[in-house]
Design a protein around this ligand. Structure first.
Ligand SMILES: Nc1nc2c(ncn2[C@@H]2O[C@H](COP(=O)(O)OP(=O)(O)OP(=O)(O)O)[C@@H](O)[C@H]2O)c(=O)[nH]1
Ligand SMILES: [Mg+2]
Length: 391
């Protein structure tokens, strides 16, 4: 599967940079193309110039709203991000279309954080514009949710995220939620280590995108998870997960007992699968997923039909209502890994929390505004009889 990747705002740009890094790696290591173009769009010049892998020209690092923000961002005011995007969307559509390989792209992936102003504000507007212009390509969004401490202390982060999610959901084919907080559960040292977090966020896409592009027969699995399968899976609220296990961690069974041998082979896949499920990008209840896709990749001799059947059965157990798609990709060396997409999630506690909190904030913001207006009136009233020096 080949994507056009567009990163919006700082987080979006940095995650796009990570997509660029893995795309280069897939090209070098496997001779495959998983992206047709990667763009970073921002209101902030410094953010754009800090990127590493996204091409450096103005058709790839795109400054928007220069007239309003003078290249310094929108300071978390997502309404301003949205307004800037409205006046720049035709320009962005033009840039995306101009790429020679655009016709090869299977879908568009937009990336942003929910908590800032540029990414969260531009995301829904750009998504809607792309959706209307590129009718044959699904538009997906990936949104990085603010850390717990940001949710507690930065009202704007909560409010922006809620507005962004609500609006983006209305105009995209799927939204992949990525909760920053979940990536620091294991290692607190990851807090604010965005590069490492972004690597973890993008990791599942390496094999998920490459599997369907593979053309050498020896790397084509017994069941291929191709572009069509991913498009059929990615619908509505979604999460992704990735787990990996060293193939040597469970030694190869050398005895005669076939049953035991098969069982031990499956253990590796199941181990990686359990990790992928535990490490989903957002807390989900898999029972509630309407669609699920699983890709297992490992050395060819480690992947057996029995193992795939065991993984499929486990997936059925954890996500009994999901339309299931499975694939194997005999490509990795030394490790076995499992990438999972859970989609069409109907019941996400974290979403309800954002919407609920921001509903309360909206009321509070209005109250504060009223209070400010009253105070301003009182001040004006008090100043009425003071002579002015102006004519
Ligand atoms: N996953 C991830 N999250 C990030 C990254 N950088 C910032 N964030 C999160 O994104 C939110 C801040 O949004 P930014 O993306 O910096 O904001 P922006 O879109 O550039 O908008 P403005 O700076 O307000 O113009 C916070 O919740 C951060 O925790 C990143 O590289 N990766
Ligand atoms: Mg910024």
């Amino acid at each position: 599967m080949k994507l056009v990747v567009v990163g919006l705002g700082q987080a979006g740009g940095r995650i796009a940079d990570e997509f660029a890094r893995i795309a280069i790696k897939v090209r070098q290591d496997r001779g495959l193309r998983i992206v047709t173009d990667i763009l970073a769009v921002n209101t902030d010049t410094a953010d754009l110039s800090s990127l590493v892998k996204v091409k450096k020209d103005q058709q790839h690092r795109i400054l928007i709203g220069g007239g309003q923000t003078h290249g310094h961002g929108v300071a978390k005011i997502s309404e301003m991000g949205a307004e800037i995007a409205r006046s720049e969307k035709d320009n962005l559509i033009g840039i995306v279309k101009k790429n020679d390989r655009f016709y090869e792209a299977d879908a568009i992936m937009l990336l942003a954080s929910g908590g800032g102003g540029t990414g969260s504000g531009t995301l829904p507007v750009v998504a809607q514009a792309f959706k209307e212009s590129f009718r044959d390509k699904p538009v997906y969004a990936m949104v990085a949710l603010p850390y717990e401490h940001e949710r507690q202390t930065e009202e704007r982060a909560v409010f922006n995220t809620a507005m962004c999610l609500k609006s983006t959901h209305a105009v995209t084919d799927a939204i992949i939620l990525v909760d920053n907080q979940r990536f620091i559960r294991k290692a607190q040292s990851l807090a604010n280590n965005f590069q490492k977090i972004n690597e973890l966020i993008v990791a599942p896409f390496y094999n998920l995108l490459a599997a369907g592009e593979e053309n050498k027969p020896k790397y084509i699995g017994s069941s291929v998870l191709d572009t069509g399968d991913i498009k059929e899976t990615l619908v509505g609220w979604s999460g992704i997960g990735y787990g990996t296990v060293d193939v040597d961690i469970i030694p190869k069974f050398r005895g005669e007992n076939n049953y035991l041998k098969k069982n031990m082979e499956s253990q590796r896949g199941l181990y990686a699968m359990d990790e992928a499920l535990a490490e989903m990008s957002v807390a989900i209840n898999p029972v509630d997923a309407g669609r699920a896709a699983l890709l297992v990749s490992g050395p060819a001799k480690e992947i057996s039909l029995d193992m795939i059947a065991d993984l499929s059965e486990r997936l059925r157990e954890v996500a009994p209502q999901a339309q299931q798609r499975m694939g194997d990709y005999p490509r990795e060396r030394g490790v076995m890994d499992v990438s999972i997409i859970m989609s069409e999630l109907a019941d996400l506690a974290i979403l309800r929390q954002f919407f609920q909190d921001s509903k309360e904030l909206a009321v509070e913001f209005k109250e504060r505004q009223k209070l400010r207006a009253v105070k301003a009136d009182l001040t004006e009233e008090a100043a009425r009889d003071v002579p002015s020096l102006l004519e």
